[in-house]
Design a protein around this ligand. Structure first.
Ligand code: BGC
Length: 909
């Protein structure tokens, strides 16, 4: 039943707020806080409304909303579209309903929204009555044991439940079963965290799966990230406890029957047995003996034989926390094409480089062995290229049970792949079906780019593909080799682009906990989160900086203050540490692994200079965050330190007369960086890009520095010479230096090094290295050569901001105010971008309307404003002595409110 008061009764507005979320999820189960964050959207019909206030009411039932027994916020004067629940603390397992009403600046009041609800999880440790369990005598198992086991327990109910919830987690990965069905729709649950500090649990509504009479609750339990290999090195460095190499299970079924609550928990009454999966590893793959499959193991009437007693185990030292982002799911399933080879093997092509696996339906004899090996690329003869997978075997082996259409697919493992080679099938007819299953954390798609140049559309598609493959549990570097880790710089540099395609706020809300958990003992942000090794290394410049700059980006894009509040104390701790070791403002010491501008196309950037740019950026931003949060003392200290760094940078590296930004000493190149860029140049594109974009050089010196950067780029090709960090901001820096044409030269380039070169060489995802495949069409080197890395895809942010002209404002979060200033070029006919922003849909785009006119269109969401600024034209117009100007504006543009606006820019002589 829903309570839907008539629309517009109060104040007469004919609309009501919609898409109500609690803790960023719609009607979530298992909210981990007594005071969740609530947000809503105004509908498109709200058009030009400016919100001026809201009222939220919360009750224990939908019918009680009219006279709420939990909270009535009263009218709060605010333009916000979100607030924290401010009523009495919600109890564990409590379900609360809520709705919201909005008042606008003109005085009108919307109708009450339709009701939504949330349900809390276990808010106290003592709510857990279950014990951790594992197979008996697990301590005697070798650490290399990677089997998947089954665990189960029967129970009976006198009558069907009115409500039943399963609270479940594992050290490892689990798949929960109830009466013959898999329950819960997430894969690889409970997900990946530093298990010594935090273990997520899920809450699954199983009201319909539990029944009167006999029931069976069970789980498959696999090593996953806990007891499998996840490491920088080809050895296990799991987070586990030395005495417990086996994965463990914890679950509690809460059943409400009329007048009684009953719980079924993991304890010594459970039994375990081997599954059909003899080994399971994220890197290496799985070995199945399908002859051991018992279709009835999870049914109450299943056989008794072969089941052994479990033992209680110590379990997680870390806190049990409710899951706070969408789970990993199969986000796409598509048919794959099959080519049979003369030797009887098959090459299966999924058509794109993704993360996931192949699902095959085969006809095989009992005992027949089938092997499926994966790769990202193949040679011209169709042979898999697997050297770049390094120590990850990425192979599944199946011993078939025999029969028609037997399904072969891994369950607790994934690959970064486009191709698979299948060996062991007897004939083409025996492969009935081959499809690829793409896995990703199931984030909401929120952004779309499109333009008249196919190359750019393909680059954008490849960027999105890499994002999907690498936003799997944590922001990973790559999904294929023996790495797949939450590298902090990769996350930081790509995030501005990522947030233009998907709603990444929930993803990072969870990952920020991983970042906090990964800090070193002395308070340094790390290179990787979660940190799979016990080794204590503070993060490198640009890597550690993610701890400051990513929460700031999430605030800017989504208006979320909570991550800033959560992270600010550790930002300050970390900056204290770095400044204490570098009192003169040049970041020379405490640089950890000191990667520099990773895998550049040209010479390495001197590391002192590179690091000092990042120190300035983080100190400045942390200072602003301090100001925003009212942390006066920290704000003062950070602002002053930022000035010290700025002065030191100017004194050491800037020649204000010539605008040169250089470090003649070329100091500080680390051994790691020298592997990929042996020589540091005195001045590099990256040095200019960072100094300009971070505001370390301003005024006339900046103009001169910008001109030098443009010259460097033009002289090089025009071509980029940047690595991870420089590439992210290079196009922005060129535009700022007045060289939009040069930015387009790089963007539309198809030769090495460029994103276009990747596409021209068959890429469907972005490569780690500019020269991943050399001009001869073959991988230049086997190590450090992933074909699915987000990092260089960071350049895509300029497709949105430059090409389409969406300019987020640094001062006004969540696009409450933004600019529209596309970088027009005659090389495109049109370009457009659409975003589901926090306040509603935002759209920017333009097209040529005859040789002398460009028509721009911008859709401004409710409660927002847009400054349509002077258009930026490319050099071809400048050379012809022409510019494009907004016919309807005077001076520096005009500001428009919500709605759709058209502007004509005309060429003037
Ligand atoms: C990863 C990178 C990462 C780097 C550190 C690599 O192995 O794949 O993306 O940031 O190491 O320099």
């Amino acid at each position: 039943m829903t309570n839907e008061p008539s629309v517009g009764v109060v104040g007469g507005l004919p609309w009501r707020p919609e898409r109500l979320r609690a803790e960023r999820r719609v009607n979530p189960l298992g909210v981990g806080t007594a005071h969740p964050w609530l947000d809503w959207r105004l509908p498109a019909e709200a058009e030009d409304a400016t919100p001026a206030g809201y009222r939220v009411r919360v009750a224990t039932s939908v019918t009680g909303l009219a006279e709420p027994d939990a909270w009535d916020s009263g009218w709060v004067a605010s333009t916000a579209w979100a607030c924290r629940y401010g009523g009495r603390p919600a109890a564990s397992r409590e379900r609360l309903c809520w709705q919201v009403q909005v008042r606008v600046a003109t005085g009108g009041v919307s109708g009450w929204s339709a009701s939504a609800c949330w349900e809390t999880g276990f808010l106290e440790r003592q709510d857990w009555r279950a014990s951790w369990i594992r197979p008996g005598a697990s301590a005697q198992r070798p650490r290399s044991d990677r089997r998947v086991y089954l665990a189960r327990r029967r129970f009976s109910l006198a009558q069907p439940p009115s409500r039943a919830r399963l609270y479940v987690t594992a050290l490892g990965c689990y798949e929960a079963h109830l009466n013959g069905q898999v329950v819960g729709d997430g894969l690889l649950r409970p997900g990946w965290t530093d298990y010594t500090r935090r273990v997520q649990y899920q809450v699954i509504d199983v009201t319909k799966a539990v029944r009167a009479g006999d029931n069976l609750l069970g789980a498959m339990v696999a090593p996953g990230w806990f007891a499998g290999r996840i490491s920088l090195h080809a050895v296990s460095e799991n987070h586990g406890f030395p005495e417990s190499p086996a994965p463990e299970l914890l679950c509690q079924l809460d059943v409400e029957l009329p007048g009684v609550r009953m719980v079924v928990v993991t304890d010594e009454r459970w039994q375990w047995r081997e599954s059909a999966i003899a080994t399971s590893d994220l890197y290496d793959g799985e070995c199945w003996d399908l002859r051991l499959l018992d279709a009835d193991w999870d049914l109450p009437a299943g056989q008794e034989t072969g089941w052994l007693p479990v033992e209680r185990s110590r379990g997680a030292a870390g806190e049990l926390v409710a899951e706070r982002m969408p789970p990993v799911r199969a986000v796409e399933v598509r048919p794959a094409s099959v080519t049979w080879r003369a030797d009887g093997s098959a090459l299966v092509d999924s058509g794109a480089n993704d993360a996931g696996f192949m699902r095959l339906d085969v006809d095989a004899a009992r005992g027949q062995q089938v092997e499926v090996s994966y790769a990202e690329i193949v040679d011209p003869a169709g042979n898999l290229y697997r050297e770049n997978l390094r120590g990850a075997a990425c192979t599944d082996r199946f011993v078939c049970a025999g029969g028609v259409g037997e399904e072969l697919a891994p369950r607790f493992s994934f690959r970064g792949f486009r191709y698979a080679e299948v060996r062991g099938l007897s004939s083409p007819a025996s492969l009935r079906r081959a499809e690829s299953v793409t896995l990703s954390t199931d984030l909401e798609r929120t952004g779309w780019f499109e333009c008249s140049e196919d190359l750019l559309n393909r680059i954008y598609a490849a960027i999105c593909c890499s994002q999907r493959a690498n936003y799997l549990e944590v922001p990973t570097d790559c999904p294929q080799r023996d790495e797949r880790l939450g590298w902090m710089a990769d996350a930081l540099l790509f995030a501005p682009m990522a947030a233009y395609s998907y709603d990444v706020a929930p993803f990072f809300a969870k990952w920020f906990d991983d970042v906090l958990d990964a800090r070193t003992a002395e308070g340094g942000f790390a290179d990787i989160a979660p940190r799979p090794s016990a080794r204590d290394t503070a993060g490198a410049p640009a890597w550690a900086d993610a701890g400051v700059l990513l929460p700031w980006l999430i605030y800017q894009r989504y208006g979320e203050v909570e991550p800033l509040e959560r992270m600010f104390p550790s930002m300050v701790d970390w900056l204290h540490l770095v400044h204490a070791r570098n009192p003169d403002g040049i970041w020379r010491n405490a640089r950890g692994n000191d990667y520099g501008d990773w895998v550049p196309a040209g010479p390495d950037t001197p590391h002192d200079l590179f690091a000092t740019c990042w120190l300035y950026r983080s100190t400045t931003v942390a200072g602003r965050i301090g100001g925003l949060l009212g942390a006066t003392a920290e704000h003062g200290w950070l602002t002053e330190r930022a000035q010290t760094v700025r002065r030191a940078f100017a004194a050491h590296y800037i020649d204000s007369g010539t605008g040169q930004i250089a470090d003649p000493s070329r100091r500080g190149s680390s051994a790691a960086a020298r592997r990929f860029a042996p020589i540091a140049a005195v001045e590099t594109q990256t040095g200019y890009v960072l100094a300009l974009m971070f505001g370390l050089v301003t005024g006339q010196a900046a103009e001169r520095a910008g001109a030098r950067l443009v010259n460097m780029v033009r002289k090089a090709g025009p071509a980029l010479q940047t690595g991870f960090a420089g590439s992210a901001l290079l196009l922005h820096a060129l535009e700022r230096a007045g060289a939009v044409d040069t930015a387009y030269d790089l963007l539309l380039r198809r030769e090495l090094p460029s994103l276009g070169f990747m596409i021209e060489h068959g890429a469907t995802s972005i490569w780690e290295r500019w020269d991943g495949i050399a001009s001869d069409g073959w991988p230049a080197r086997p190590t450090m050569n992933s074909f699915n890395h987000c990092a260089m895809g960071s350049m895509g942010a300029w497709l949105v901001e430059g090409v389409c002209g969406l300019r987020p404002s640094d001062d006004t979060p969540a696009f409450a105010a933004f600019g529209f200033a596309p970088a027009i070029t005659a090389r495109l006919d049109h370009a457009s971008y659409r975003l589901h922003a926090p306040r509603g849909t935002l759209r920017v785009g333009w097209h040529w309307d005859g040789p002398d006119t460009v028509v721009g269109e911008v859709e401004v969401p409710v409660g927002s404003e847009c400054r349509i600024v002077a258009i930026i034209a490319d050099d071809r117009f400048e050379e012809a002595g022409t510019r494009l100007v907004d016919a309807g504006a005077s001076g520096g543009g005009r500001t428009v409110g919500p709605g759709i606006h058209r502007v004509r820019w005309v060429r003037i002589q």
